[in-house]
Ligand binder design. Structure first.
Ligand code: ANZ
Ligand code: ZN
Length: 861
């Protein structure tokens, strides 16, 4: 008897599949399409368990769909531009391209050991010129549509190295990763994409995404941040219009001061001579702070009076104009009316600077009094002290105060209803080397000129100074920067910024549909055929930006006539984290508390440096915690099939998964059991063909086995088609193998059917062992090309059922009766049963209650 040797069979079949092109995309038009996509990885060089989980889930889905008769697109590629390659170059002198492509080769090899059914002919790397050429082409589509523009925006500036830093290169104390210098903010003219033009569509179309987790849709909606309210104009003493945006125009009668952002264009004009110095100092202080710090909840309020006032248009009262950093310039109008009685930030500000507080909403209890309030009141109630709004119910609903206020303001010409979005335009300029160059040229006469399509790609030069100091790397290469103007031929200069790598990943799913197209990013008919992606699988960390940007790109390309669909991803699965057993020293602080598992004796876990006893928890695998399990180690020991089985079995895909060696071992044992069952069957000389099975001529044992087989088909299919409950599907497969193991006669056609079914149902989960067993049974075509088993309804029908016998409502025993017996028959079986006879002896039956398929209850005295 042969032994299950995963190392041998896995590499053998991987090679055979590659040779046979088994995983290439089927182009047979008559089949329905299915596009299964995993979020492509950054090529760090090392595959981790999170990747393995992500790709295994998608692979099972792709394989099941193929067996179900779909033509499946299941591609893989590399999100290959970005900072780490550049950092490697800065620190170790390896050219970014070399570093990246080496990593890609290494990771591709690691992926191949997992038996993932990718069509490698469609592999893409976003850093290769035949990809970023089209990234640049798409940028020019945005430019042409007026959706790409330049304006000044702040960057992180390292004053020592005289260079721009990415956010990741600034530590939590705001210092440069290299020079240690305190990072400053500097204004640069940079490129933006006008995603705000699509804010409403991006929000509204979330409703189409019925196959997305609610939580992700909510995160997107919050990020877009739609709010409705009004713009109201206040007149300043100098006669300027100071416009505010408010979501509560109904509270205008309670506005006791105004606040402008430190960057507000009227700031200088509004500031009186006496206040000039204080205002200037405050502006400098605010400029150094990040938006997150400025708006942090509960932070002690700061601010300064500008020295001037404005007139509240609803009641003619004068209100002082203050400046404070909690008002942001790029939201609304950069100025607010402050209503301290009903807005918490304004309340805190008023308390701090001793400004008046006027109540305009009285609570239903009627006991609100500004003298005793300790926080702003944002609840329901009725309007008070509000002129025409008095006694209107406060709130945003129909017929309530906000609606009434907007009507009143519009009628009086004092303001108008508006909608606002929190979503900002997308800053895509990066002052870095390893990204797609932004394809424009600046000419003194013609201005900003797009690079003509024929000149794409604007290729990254290879000879480059990556010292991490001074101007951005591309800006330092004179012969690259200086080019003739494409329009007039005069001396001109290239743009030296590259694009945010999120741009690369905002269209890669379209490229896969037509990955080798040399004249276009993709042919529209190909993209329209394959997309939307039927199932997208990836991490929750991409719930906002990547998915939002991809949706945005899809809509813009649709509006350019290149696509005919609205949304790129029909169904989204965000898989849970893979957690490892983690040791921590409770006596140590935050980052220092983790002790790598490799330095711990699991029998007596202690800190190797201090001897302190350690605590154990499950935490997401990471380098810093030293709790990772290397996929390569598990594959070397048990094989990829076991690794896949464990990952699918251990937890439902959206849930976090705790790595557990014992359960890995358990799945290995299960595959060994399958191996023994099938090889024993093969060695007994039986074939899978078998004779046609006549259900009604089978004996009990065979019927029982067939029922187990078809129950497994039904359950596994439903588990996969429903919510991808792979864990319960694996349990069903284990049950089926037990049923086969218990079957009294392994020579019947029903047994052969069981063996065949077990292999087919297991194939998407464990592609190698099933292919090997399939071929050992003399099958010449791949198991992965077989049709998915279907349920035979007749085989599911049970012959017998268990009937409960009750006397006076008390269960006294059970009997086996033919399934499907009618009420009268059930009553008869029950009367004749030994249980009933024993309990009813000498009694008189008053009533018999029959619950079909369940029980018979005798009422007797
Ligand atoms: C008066 C008021 C009274 C407000 C009240 C709220 C409650 P959302 O819902 O997020 O859109 N605001 C407006 N522009 C701002 C800016 N640039 N920076 C900081 N805060 C700003 O928030 C809109 C509310 O946030 C606006 O409505 C305004 O305060 C403030 F009982 O106006 B409100
Ligand atoms: Zn020119």
């Amino acid at each position: 008897e042969s032994r299950y040797n995963p190392a041998e069979i896995e590499s053998k079949w991987q090679q055979t599949w590659t040779e046979q092109g088994l995983d290439q995309t089927l182009e047979r038009a008559e089949r329905p399409k299915f596009y299964a996509l995993s979020m492509f990885p950054y090529p760090s060089g090392n595959l981790h368990m999170g990747h393995v989980r992500n790709y295994t889930i998608t692979d099972v889905i792709a394989r099941v769909r193929r067996m179900q008769g779909y033509r499946v697109l299941h591609p893989m590629g590399w999100d290959a531009f970005g900072l780490p390659a550049e950092n490697a170059a800065i620190q170790r002198g390896v050219p970014p391209a070399q570093w990246t492509f080496q990593n890609i080769d290494q990771m591709r090899q690691q992926l191949q050991t997992l038996g993932l059914s990718y069509d490698w002919d469609r592999e893409i790397a976003t850093c290769s010129p035949d990809y970023y050429r089209w990234t640049q082409w798409i940028f020019l589509q945005f430019f042409d549509a007026g959706l790409a523009y330049r304006r000044e925006a702040a960057v992180n500036w390292d004053p020592v190295d005289q260079t721009v830093l990415a956010n990741e290169q600034v530590d939590s104390e705001g210092r440069s990763w290299r020079s240690g210098a305190k990072v400053e903010r500097k204004l640069l003219r940079q490129w933006f994409l006008k995603i705000t033009d699509y804010a409403e569509q991006l929000l509204a179309d979330l409703d189409q995404l019925t196959g997305w987790p609610e939580r992700v849709k909510l995160m997107q909606a919050n990020w877009i941040g739609k709010s409705t309210g009004a713009q109201v104009t206040f007149k300043t003493e100098a006669g300027d219009n100071l416009v505010v945006y408010t979501t509560r125009p109904d509270t205008l009668w309670g506005a006791t001061f105004m606040v402008i952002s430190p960057e507000h264009p009227l700031a200088e004009k509004l500031t009186t001579a006496a206040q000039a110095e204080a205002v200037k100092a405050y502006q400098t202080q605010a400029a150094a702070m990040s938006e997150i710090d400025r708006t942090a909840e509960g932070r002690e309020k700061t601010g300064v009076w500008t020295g001037s006032q404005a007139v509240n248009p609803v009641n003619g009262e004068k209100v002082p104009i203050w400046m404070a950093d909690y008002v942001l310039m790029d939201y609304g109008t950069g100025a607010i009316m402050a209503v301290p009685a009903h807005d918490q930030r304004d309340f805190e500000f008023a308390k701090k600077f001793d400004l008046p507080i006027d109540l305009v909403v009285q609570s239903p209890a009627g006991d609100l009094d500004v003298a005793t309030m300790t926080a702003a009141y944002a609840g329901e109630g009725v309007m008070v002290n509000s002129g025409p709004l008095d006694s209107v119910p406060a709130g945003k609903g129909p017929g309530q105060s906000v609606e009434a206020a907007v009507k009143w303001l519009e009628a009086k010409g004092k303001g108008q209803g508006t909608t606002n979005y929190r979503l900002r335009d997308w800053l895509i300029s990066r002052q870095r080397y390893w990204g797609a160059p932004i394809p424009v040229i600046y000419c003194a006469d013609c201005g900003c000129v797009p690079v003509p399509e024929a000149d794409l790609p604007v290729a990254l030069p290879e000879q480059v100074d990556l010292s991490g100091r001074g101007a951005s790397p591309l800006a330092k290469i004179e012969n690259w920067v200086n080019v003739p103007c494409p329009q007039c031929g005069a001396a001109a200069k290239r743009e030296t910024d590259t694009m945010d790598t999120f741009i690369d990943s905002s269209w890669y799913f379209l490229r896969y549909a037509d990955a080798q197209n040399e004249s276009r990013p993709f042919a529209s008919d190909q993209a329209n055929d394959w997309l939307p992606v039927d199932q997208y699988v990836g991490g929750i960390e991409h719930a906002i930006l990547h998915l939002l940007y991809s949706r945005f790109f899809t809509k813009v390309l649709r509006d350019r006539g290149l696509l005919n669909f609205d949304e790129p991803f029909q169904r989204l699965l965000t898989q849970g984290m893979v957690q490892g057993l983690t040791y921590l020293n409770p006596k140590k602080a935050d980052k220092d508390k983790w002790v790598p598992a490799s330095s711990v004796d699991p029998e007596d876990p202690r800190d190797p440096t201090t001897g302190d006893p350690l605590e154990m928890v499950y935490a997401t695998m990471s380098k810093s915690k030293g709790n990772g399990v290397a996929p390569g180690d598990v594959i070397a020991k048990y094989g990829a099939d076991t690794a896949r089985m464990f990952i699918l079995f251990k937890a439902p895909p959206e849930k976090d998964l705790e790595w557990d060696d014992a359960d890995v071992e358990g799945q290995f044992r299960f595959l060994n059991r399958v191996w023994r069952l099938v090889t024993a069957f093969a060695e007994s000389g039986q074939s899978l063909k078998g004779d046609a099975i006549q259900q009604d001529q089978l004996g009990k044992a065979e019927k029982d086995l067939r029922r187990a087989v078809h129950t497994a088909i039904k359950a596994v299919t439903e588990d996969i088609e429903g919510d991808y409950q792979f864990n319960t599907a694996v349990s069903e497969l284990m049950k089926l193998s037990n049923a086969l193991g218990d079957a009294p006669d392994p020579t019947t056609p029903a047994y052969a059917e069981g063996i065949r079914t077990l292999i087919l149902l297991l194939a998407p989960f464990s592609p190698h062992i099933t292919e090997e067993l399939w071929s050992q049974l003399g099958q010449s075509d791949s198991v992965h090309r077989q049709p998915w088993p279907t349920v035979e309804a007749a085989a599911l029908v049970a012959d017998e059922m268990t009937l409960v016998i009750q006397i006076m409502g008390k269960t006294r025993g059970t009997i086996q009766v033919p399934a499907g017996a009618d009420k009268a028959a059930l009553e008869n079986y029950a009367r004749e049963s030994e249980v009933a006879q024993r309990y009813l002896e000498g009694k008189q039956i008053k009533k018999v209650i029959v619950v079909p398929n369940k029980l018979v209850n005798f009422v007797a005295m």
